[in-house]
Ligand binder design. Sequence first.
Ligand SMILES: Cc1cc2nc3c(=O)[nH]c(=O)nc-3n(C[C@H](O)[C@H](O)[C@H](O)COP(=O)(O)OP(=O)(O)OC[C@H]3O[C@@H](n4cnc5c(N)ncnc54)[C@H](O)[C@@H]3O)c2cc1C
Length: 405
Amino acid sequence: MDWNDTPTQTAFRQEVREFIQQRLPNRYRPNADGVPAKGIWEEDRALGTDEEKRASADWVAALRERHWIAPAWPKEYGGAGLTPMEQFLFKLEMTEAEVPSGLPMAVGMLGPTLMVHGTEEQRQEHLPKILSGEVVWAQGYSEPGAGSDLASLTTRATRDGDEYVVNGQKIWTSYAHVADWLFVLVRTDPDAVKHRGISFLLMPRDTPGLSVRPLVNAAFEHHLNETFFDDVRVPVRNRVGEENRGWYVAMTLLDHERSNVTTAVQTKRTINRLIEYANGKGKEQSRIDRLSSIRTAIADRFIEAEVMFNFSLRIISMQVRGLIPNYEASVSKLFGSELTQSLANTGVRAFGLYGQVWDPEHPRAPLNAEHVYSYVNSIPRTIAAGSSEIQRGIIATRGLGLPRG
Ligand SMILES: Cc1cc2nc3c(=O)[nH]c(=O)nc-3n(C[C@H](O)[C@H](O)[C@H](O)COP(=O)(O)OP(=O)(O)OC[C@H]3O[C@@H](n4cnc5c(N)ncnc54)[C@H](O)[C@@H]3O)c2cc1C
């Protein structure tokens, strides 16, 4: 495959760059050392100060003008209808500029699911509000006893006339505390084979009986939640797809670019930033001159970041040819998440005790404490969205043709 841009691709990249330059609010721009901002517009919109709320609204308005809230959605649904290659370039440029990603639940998961399985009424009610940034969604799938083995879920929905009555618990519900609505998998037939007795429901977060409790992570941040359902009444018209077919609704294959280019570009930028800082402003703090093991580790991470980028190129080259990446996406997820962790480890070690300064504003914190923060915050990367063991299982069976254990 020829990786040189066509004239159209060059023009598109330029358009994205200029857009970011002109419209990205300061709140979401990297600092002078290139360290990315932490703000997430969905969170700002719900919990931010007036200024943060304004930044969130400005950014949503800018994206909406170009239909770039949902770059992959077809134009008929208000998306930009970008091809996988254009989506790839769009993400690449956004990541190169260190623009924080939005939450993927509404645009990446629910929207495409409604396009395929939703009723006309559901599409008309929900899709425009996702595109306007008015409504934030959370995904209620995992339960204390159902994560990797999601089909074991036990949150129960019992039919009562035109409503379901939902009882049970979800866990790790990301951003449920800032969400307006949840899409939830529930068990509607406890006697059926486990994949067959599940339904897919939509419910406002303020439905009586639905409560969200914070789970604060090891970085003292609140992104995750437990969600409890105590006789929560959901109209049957809020079910997506047929009753007991929710598993297949939830597994809808999304026609999205799947290269993981965001992780690939982020790791390349992070390692380059580390090298530049350790050789310049942070020379006094760094141990690079003294320890060959650190130099070797940095070189290893640099090479691995290039490898990661090549995995992304492999996937997008498949999608451009109309192929659906399968175990290749698992390779990229596995490699990218483990690389994020080892890069954070290398970054902390490169600065010795300075590497452990936690306060990003502290003058002795190298690169605003980005590595120690990532060291703690990247722990769940190898669990969320399919753990490393699950990815290895897919690679072993589908990629290498090994027998199931
Ligand atoms: C940061 C974060 C955000 C999340 N956000 C959401 C969200 O918004 N909504 C939501 O519904 N869920 C969310 N999750 C949940 C996530 O999908 C689950 O954590 C994940 O599927 C793993 O499930 P589990 O935590 O129950 O672990 P388990 O499935 O119990 O796994 C425990 C261990 O056993 C291993 N294991 C399990 N099965 C196998 C197997 N077959 N072969 C080999 N090893 C195996 C796993 O790899 C893991 O090491 C989030 C998780 C995290 C960490």
